[in-house]
Design a protein around this ligand. Structure first.
Ligand SMILES: [Zn+2]
Length: 411
C-alpha cells in the first residue's frame, strides 16, 4: 500500500496534466541547440526553466560553463533543491536542456519547433528527449510544494546543457566545479527507456572510435605490380578485424546475449583516385562498443596485432589513430537502494515488474558512475528521439512524473 504522502503527491500530479502539456508548448519553440550541432546554445531555454524553478524551489545554484562558441558566452546549468526532512542524503533527477537539430524538414509532418498535441501525444523536436524527463522531474519535485508537504529527504534537480555533444559544458563542468553529489544519494536520469516502462538501466557500453589509414604505393591500374594497392589491404583489414568478435565474445548478464561488444567498420573515406589507378592510400573508421569490464587497451592491442599482420602480408603501412575513447563506466550495483525504490514505484504506478539491465551508452549516468555514484536511467518512451516526428506520449510523461515523485516520497 502506498503511504499517505505518496498517495497525496500522486493525486496532485493527476491535476497537472494540462500544465505539463503547457510546459512542452512553452519550451518547444526555444531552439536550444549546442554549437557543436550548429546552434547558439541553451541560454534562453535555461532562463525559461529557471523561472519555473523559482516558483517552487527552496534554493537554486547556478553553475554556468563559459563557452566562447555561443553568443552570451555561457552555457547554463542549474542545481535546484526542494528541502526534505533530512539533507544528508538526496534524491536527484537530472535533465538536459539541449536538443538535436530537426534534421530532414521534409520528413516532419508537423513543424518541429512547435508543440503539436494530437491523439494523446505531443509532437516536436525535444518532446521526448528531454522535455519529457524535464517535465517529469520539475512536476514531481513541485508536487510536494503544491500540497505543502516535505519529502523525507532533499530533492535535487540538476538541469544541464551540452548533453547531446559530450557534456563538457554540462555535467562534466558541474562535477569539476561544484560536485553536488554524495555517495549514498539516489540518482535518476529520466532520459530513455522502452515503451513497456519495465527497464531500469544500470550499465552502458563504452565507445572506442578508430581511424585506420593504409599507405601503399600508387600505380597505373595496367601495371599493378609496380604499386601496392591500399584498397586491397584495407578490405583485408576490415575482414580480418571481424576476429575481434571472437576474441572478445564475452557476455555480461545485464546485457541481452545479442548485445555483446561490437566492432564495426563504418565510414570509408574516398581516396580521390580515378578508376584506372591503383590507390596508394585508403582509410576507414572502426566503431567499437565495449561492454563494461572490457578495457579499450586490450582491444587496441589486438587491433594493432591484426593490422601488423595485414601490413606485412600486403607490404603496406597501417596507422591506427584513436579518434574518441569513452571507457565503459562500472555498473551501478543492482543492490543499490535507488534500484529498489524505483522498482517499487514502477510496480505501484505502472503495475509492471521491472527488469534491471544494461543498455546503450553515452547517457548522463555514465560519468556519474565513473565518479562512484549509483545512477540509473529510467523513462517510459516510444523511443522516437533524434528522429523526424519525435513525440512524447502524454500518459508516459505524467506517469514518469508519478514514478519520480513516488521515489522521492519513499526515499
Ligand atoms: Zn537525452
Amino acid at each position: 500500500m502506498p503511504s499517505p504522502l505518496t498517495t497525496a503527491v500522486l493525486q496532485q500530479l493527476e491535476r497537472e496534466r494540462e500544465a505539463m502539456i503547457a510546459l512542452q508548448q512553452r519550451l518547444m519553440p526555444i531552439e536550444a541547440i549546442g554549437p557543436g550541432n550548429g546552434g547558439t546554445g541553451e541560454w534562453e531555454k535555461g532562463m525559461a526553466v529557471r523561472a519555473i524553478l523559482a516558483q517552487f524551489a527552496d534554493r537554486i545554484e547556478e553553475h554556468h560553463a563559459p563557452d566562447p562558441a555561443v553568443p552570451g558566452g555561457q552555457r547554463p546549468n542549474f542545481a535546484a533543491y526542494v528541502c526534505g526532512d533530512r539533507s544528508d542524503r538526496r534524491v536527484w533527477f537530472l535533465a538536459h536542456l539541449d536538443v538535436v537539430p530537426a534534421g530532414d524538414l521534409q520528413a516532419w509532418t508537423t513543424p518541429p519547433f512547435t508543440a503539436t498535441v494530437k491523439e494523446g501525444r505531443i509532437y516536436g523536436r525535444g518532446a521526448e528527449d528531454n522535455h519529457q524527463g524535464l517535465a517529469s522531474a520539475l512536476f514531481a519535485a513541485a508536487a510536494f510544494k503544491a500540497i505543502d508537504r516535505r519529502p523525507p529527504c532533499d530533492i535535487g534537480l540538476l538541469i544541464l546543457s551540452d548533453e547531446e555533444t559530450g557534456s563538457e559544458f554540462g555535467l562534466s563542468h558541474v562535477l569539476q566545479q561544484a560536485d553536488p553529489f554524495h555517495t549514498d544519494d539516489m540518482i535518476i536520469v529520466p532520459d530513455g527507456g522502452p515503451p513497456s516502462g519495465e527497464m531500469i538501466e544500470v550499465a552502458e557500453k563504452g565507445g572506442l572510435w578508430l581511424q585506420c589509414r593504409i599507405t601503399g604505393k600508387e600505380a597505373h591500374a595496367s601495371t599493378p605490380h609496380a604499386g601496392r594497392n591500399a584498397n586491397r589491404a584495407a578490405a583485408r583489414l576490415m575482414v580480418a578485424l571481424d576476429h575481434l568478435y571472437d576474441r572478445f565474445a564475452t557476455t555480461n548478464p545485464l546485457f541481452a546475449p545479442e548485445t555483446g561488444s561490437t566492432f564495426e567498420p563504418t565510414r570509408v573515406t574516398g581516396n580521390g583516385v580515378s578508376i584506372n589507378m591503383v590507390p596508394g592510400s585508403a582509410e576507414f573508421s572502426l566503431d567499437c562498443r565495449l561492454l563494461p569490464g572490457l578495457a579499450s587497451q586490450e582491444v587496441l592491442r589486438e587491433v594493432r596485432a591484426i593490422a601488423d599482420r595485414i601490413a606485412t602480408d600486403c607490404r603496406v603501412h597501417v596507422a591506427i589513430e584513436t579518434v574518441r575513447l569513452n571507457e565503459a563506466a562500472p555498473e551501478t550495483p543492482t543492490t543499490a537502494p535507488v534500484v529498489a525504490r524505483l522498482s517499487s514505484a514502477l510496480r505501484d504506478v505502472y503495475g509492471v515488474t521491472p527488469r534491471v539491465m544494461g543498455h546503450g551508452g553515452g547517457s548522463l549516468a555514465a560519468p556519474l558512475r565513473k565518479s562512484g555514484y549509483p545512477a540509473v536511467v529510467y523513462s517510459r518512451t516510444d523511443e522516437t528521439l533524434h528522429t523526424a516526428n519525435e513525440y512524447c506520449v502524454i500518459d508516459y510523461m505524467l506517469g514518469d512524473a508519478k514514478v519520480l515523485a513516488h521515489v522521492a516520497a519513499n526515499a
